[in-house]
Ligand binder design. Structure first.
Ligand code: CP
Length: 316
């Protein structure tokens, strides 16, 4: 692949290859030997048109550990504010010969469009409600390290599925790897179209969480609700907030995940979020750096091979 735009185009063996390489980066990061030369000589530009803490920081750390020159475009201070379009911005940056463009954008499909206009590798850091592929990969790596496998698991994804690119990418990945996925939430936040992905849909948390291995909580995304249904936080917490009583329905060794940022006391109880043995939320953040390093390493290898081939085919 020339880009990482979503989980959809990836085969199961390609997902496994990314996770295997990320595993070695994760182990390395826990030692004094964090650095490599995988991206030496390469220029990485991070363009975030939406706020981010985890994704942007981990792409930057990963790029620097692998030896790239990393630039974070301050989109709030860019000429986008003067009306320059996304495509003009991208082609302008493309003229500076970047090798890797990491892009987050509020519109679904914007990153795919941008990838068609540049001649470097593009990584989707989240586009609208569409996909957030590195999040699904880091979640898969966290699960694989905790459970010893990323197949034949019962995984519950709970809450605001409708607005969530994280839910979409995770659902696609977990299906490809032959897991059983349950989606739990109020009908207004769980579109029945998700049944097409082979997911089981539950309205009741106690029922949906029965005997699951993994509980993934999602943030209520008020910024994507367009003034439509916004549940009262108290009512939502009562019915769908993960607390000890609801978690008791899951397997005794079920792990608790959340992509962040969390609304404590809305979708998750603080004690559960910070549970010393069951919560893997900080491990998810740690795996984020490893997965992004692996994805950029593999795309850079592909980019070098394509450039070498193009150079070999140049008429003398
Ligand atoms: N999970 C996630 O994408 O977090 P950020 O929005 O902080 O990057």
């Amino acid at each position: 692949h020339n880009h990482l735009l979503g989980i959809e185009p990836l085969r199961p063996d390609e997902i496994t290859a990314i996770l295997d390489l990320a595993d070695t980066y994760a182990d390395q990061a826990r030692t004094e030997h964090k650095h490599s030369t995988a991206l030496k000589g390469m220029t990485q530009i991070n363009m975030f048109f939406e706020n981010s803490t985890r994704t942007q920081a981990s792409f930057e750390i990963a790029g620097k550990r692998l030896g790239a020159d990393v630039m974070n475009m301050a989109m709030q201070a860019s000429s986008i504010k003067k009306g320059e379009t996304l495509i003009d911005t991208a082609t302008t940056l493309n003229a500076m010969h970047p090798d890797l463009l990491v892009v987050r954008h509020p519109h679904s499909g914007a990153v795919d469009l941008l990838a068609q206009k540049v001649n470097c590798a593009v990584l989707n850091a989240g586009d609208g409600r569409h996909e957030h592929p590195t999040q699904a990969l880091l979640d898969a790596l966290t699960i694989r390290r905790e459970k010893g496998r990323i197949h034949r698991l019962n995984v519950a994804i709970c809450g605001d599925i409708a607005h969530s690119r994280v839910a979409r990418s995770n659902l696609i990945l977990l299906n490809k790897m032959e897991n059983r996925v349950r989606l739990i939430g109020p009908p207004t936040l769980v579109p029945s179209s998700f049944k097409e992905f082979g997911a089981e849909i539950y309205e009741d948390m106690d029922e949906g969480l029965k005997d699951v291995d993994v509980v993934m909580m999602l943030r209520i995304q008020k910024e994507r609700m367009d003034g439509g249904f916004i549940p009262s936080e108290r009512e939502y917490y009562h019915r769908y907030g993960l607390d000890a009583a609801k978690l008791a329905n899951a397997k005794d060794d079920a792990i608790i995940m959340h992509p962040g940022p969390m609304n404590r006391g809305v979708e998750i109880d603080s004690e559960i979020a910070d549970h010393p043995t069951r919560s893997v939320i900080q491990e998810q953040v740690e795996m984020g750096v490893a997965v992004r390093a692996a994805a950029m390493d593999l795309l850079a290898q592909n980019l070098r091979a394509r450039r070498a081939e193009a150079a070999a085919n140049q008429p003398v």
